[in-house]
Design a protein around this ligand. Sequence first.
Ligand SMILES: N[C@@H]1[C@@H](O)[C@H](O)[C@@H](COP(=O)(O)O)O[C@@H]1O
Length: 259
Amino acid sequence: MEVVIAPPGELARLAADAVERLVRANPEAVLGLATGSSPLVVYDELVRRHKEGLSFARARAYMLDEYVGLAADHPERYRNVIEKEFASRVDLAPGAVQGPDGLAADLQAACAAYEASITDAGGVDLQILGIGTDGHIAFNEPGSSLASRTRIKTLTKQTREDNARFFGGSVDDVPRHCLTQGLATIMSARHLVLLASGRAKAEAVHQLVEGPISAMWPATIMQLHPHATVLVDDAAASRLQLADYYRQTYADKPDWQGL
Ligand SMILES: N[C@@H]1[C@@H](O)[C@H](O)[C@@H](COP(=O)(O)O)O[C@@H]1O
């Protein structure tokens, strides 16, 4: 696992560099897109590069998760969020972005179909991730099976409170259920790039990087991934025991290496 501690703008550039390198090497790359506020700086940077010629016309993308039951036109439905924040601002082809169907009549069948679709696409090349304050990735809440695949989950009170800010501050308006890629689904992606900023994420980041692997902090499964990159600002890094070592390692890193 590589940990980079840097200001948010630099983190966004590093994540965008990894996406750009991938898409230039393989224009048909499969991207993994995350919602939440953390990846927004990366999307903004990719949109800027798109305006300078970076094309996503042949790329495909899979989303991590979706709320169950939000109306098709609800602005916080993750499909709509990704459309607004990224897909509509670049040249991704219509239908190139897939997400779990939180409005399906048969939610379990929708989860199975989503897994099959990711597999048929050849798997995700680069998965962008955020992290919840309770250590969740996608919507894999504490207690999630480390071997889980896409399925229905119940959101914790903490997550619903954290996400109430997107619903006019009303926790009651945050759905109680979601469909989410499982931890094993996420681990199948070839490169994981997680972004975290702010002190509220410091404990989750400490557990992710330095804690024991445990379903209680689902992101810790990333310690088993052969190519995981953790991009954090000073505040999110403030509880890391080996922060000085990570800073030194990054400072000494050869320019050619990339993430
Ligand atoms: N399902 C999403 C996660 O994918 C995201 O990582 C998390 C943190 O969001 P933020 O980056 O806004 O703190 O929020 C939601 O719960």
